[in-house]
Write a protein that binds this ligand. Sequence first.
Ligand code: 6PG
Length: 240
Amino acid sequence: MHMDTKVFPDFDSLSRAAMDETMRIVHQAVQQRGRFSIALSGGETPNGMYRLWAQEPYRQQTPWKQVHLFWGDERYVPHDDPLSNFWLARENFISRVPIPPQNVHPMPTVSAPPDESAKTYESELRNFFGIDAPEIDLQLQGLGQEGHTASLFPGSPALEEKQRWVLAVEVPATPPQRITLTPVVLNRGRNTIFLVSGASKREIIAALRNASDSQASQYTAARIQPPGGVLWMLDKAAAG
Ligand code: 6PG
């Protein structure tokens, strides 16, 4: 399948380039619509970028009052559990920047059953974005070795979802219980970046590149095709 790809020498330069691209989109969104929304991801890969966000020049250049943080997926664990995607972002940057607390929109987890948490988050999205499915300014996506993104794993019934914006899902990973945005939302993003690092991703990147469009659809990541386009940012180790 066609992939709009940029390759960087290593993890640090990848993280810096992702942060630069994020800042460009922040300023464009704030200028055009008065606010910027991002769906953050979990996993290891975004940590470098998150840490940079709390450092200069990025911290100073960010109009924090206009920035709204959402999550693309969350592990169904307490927010102070190191497995939590919210915890990861909070440790790496949110606790170190002057963002108004009401601009931080984590997915609720263990205070309610998973399906209820998913519905509560969908209501929060509706309050913020309105009745039409959101066009998130920047969707930051990770890629799993088997081609998953967010908590949408290959073969998941959530991939066929046509109504709900947020679903509780069980996945073949740790922890198995997750909350995830569905393709109803992820296929509307204004900007989408897949951030992929490390030699463990080389095989799946090659598989995606070499697959025909119909073959690629077995991989969740290939099914995220929003009108704003998708940019694949890779380090050399992942790109091969
Ligand atoms: C999660 C994710 C997930 C992640 C990929 C890549 O919560 O697990 O959001 O989709 O982005 O599994 O993870 P790594 O960056 O750790 O490879």
